[in-house]
Design a protein around this ligand. Structure first.
Ligand SMILES: NC(=O)c1ccc[n+]([C@@H]2O[C@H](COP(=O)([O-])OP(=O)(O)OC[C@H]3O[C@@H](n4cnc5c(N)ncnc54)[C@H](OP(=O)(O)O)[C@@H]3O)[C@@H](O)[C@H]2O)c1
Length: 335
């Protein structure tokens, strides 16, 4: 890593030994980065296919969403949290089919259609590949009424929204604000908060008012330079809770009533004031929550939004597209 040639680059250049059948069994195509930087550091190459260990399942990837977290992996923003390796495979979200089982895996059979979340940076197991190995505890049955491309948009952002709402712990019927309400995390937040009986104030651009209202928002607040004042204008006493999916941080804490709760999606939230509790969500895989999310998606209570589908070979172009503002669904890579 860090500008050194990958150990596997030599093999790629020479070609791996064996016949095509051998190659298919032991290597796979994957997006890799062997140095940090812009989208031009991404390459699609053959690497060894991972083998499942105890408690793990191997998934044949049908679709893998691209998230802002993948841009962080690529840029090196997570470098201090991962061991130095020859290369990394990005990708956290996956939808696919169970292809092999390690020892001590219960509840899965080869051929099951599943979704899962790779706990990057802890795992460094990337889903932007033909196969990925994940702990069985990170995998759940896929929604039955969604395509793999749609299903691949659920794990990371659905779980982030779920876990942020758990941290918020708002009382039934409480009024809560969600910034970035039209985004991937924000959209799930609006729907899940509504399903939990909360009254949602959604902060988003004017062009997204119809969308966030359809997702369940009761009050719409147009995004602006002073979101705290804008929310206070709509809810004069301030809101009981706020989940800041647009990472507005200090500029929006003033929207909270004294003693409210602020949940940040960043590593650090704003300075506490007026008895406000500050929490940071740090998403982690959870098969039980993932199964619940899949059930909610099947029930039409969680909307799976796809911006576009792109082949794995166009991963670099997909990263460039993700960097542009205004996407209203995930870009999904298909091997
Ligand atoms: N902590 C964790 O565990 C965790 C997990 C997942 C994601 N995240 C983080 O959560 C954040 C959201 O992720 P995402 O995937 O939902 O991103 P996203 O899809 O790009 O959504 C962000 C949304 O915020 C909107 N926005 C930007 N500025 C705004 C403003 N001033 N007021 C209202 N809305 C505004 C964006 O609109 P435009 O597109 O028009 O700019 C976009 O709709 C990212 O920072 C991501 O890294 C954290």
């Amino acid at each position: 890593m860090r500008n050194q040639p990958s150990r596997f680059q030599g093999q790629i250049a020479r070609g791996l030994p064996g016949e095509d059948t051998f190659r298919e069994k032991t290597t796979m195509r994957a997006v890799i980065l062997s140095e940090y930087g812009g989208s031009d550091v991404l390459r699609v190459v053959e690497v060894p296919t991972p083998e499942p260990g105890d408690g793990q399942v191997r998934i044949r990837v049908a679709a893998a969403a691209l998230n802002p977290a993948d841009a962080l992996i690529r840029s090196g923003a997570l470098a201090s949290r991962v061991p130095v390796r020859d290369y990394y495979i990005p990708g956290l979200d996956v939808a696919g089919t169970v292809d092999a089982l390690g020892a001590d895996v219960h509840g899965f059979t080869v051929g099951d259609t599943v979704i899962g979340l790779s706990d990057w940076p802890d795992t460094q197991a990337g889903t932007h590949a033909e196969y990925v190995v994940l702990p069985a505890t990170a995998v759940a049955a896929a929604p039955r009424h969604a395509s793999p491309v749609e299903a691949a948009t659920l794990p990371l952002n659905g779980l982030t929204a779920w876990q942020a709402l758990d941290l918020l712990a708002a009382a039934d019927g409480a009024t809560v604000a969600i910034t970035g309400a039209a985004g991937a995390v924000g959209g799930y937040l609006v729907e899940l908060a509504t399903a939990r009986g909360l009254r949602v104030v959604a902060v988003a651009g004017s062009q997204d008012e119809g969308l966030v209202r359809k997702l369940g928002a009761t009050v719409f607040v147009r995004r602006s330079a002073d979101p705290a004042a804008a929310i206070r204008a709509a809810v004069p006493g301030g809101v009981a809770g706020l989940i800041d999916a647009a990472a507005l941080n200090g500029s929006v804490i003033g929207a909270l009533a004294d003693g409210g709760t602020f949940v940040s999606v960043l590593g650090s939230g704003p300075a506490a004031e007026r008895g406000i509790r500050i929490s940071q969500v740090r998403v982690h895989s959870d098969a039980v929550q993932l199964a619940e999310l899949a059930t909610l998606a099947d029930a039409g209570l969680v909307t799976l939004r796809v911006d576009r589908e792109m082949p794995l070979s166009e991963a670099a172009a997909a990263h460039d597209a993700l960097a542009s503002r205004g996407l209203r669904g995930r870009i999904v890579l298909v091997p």
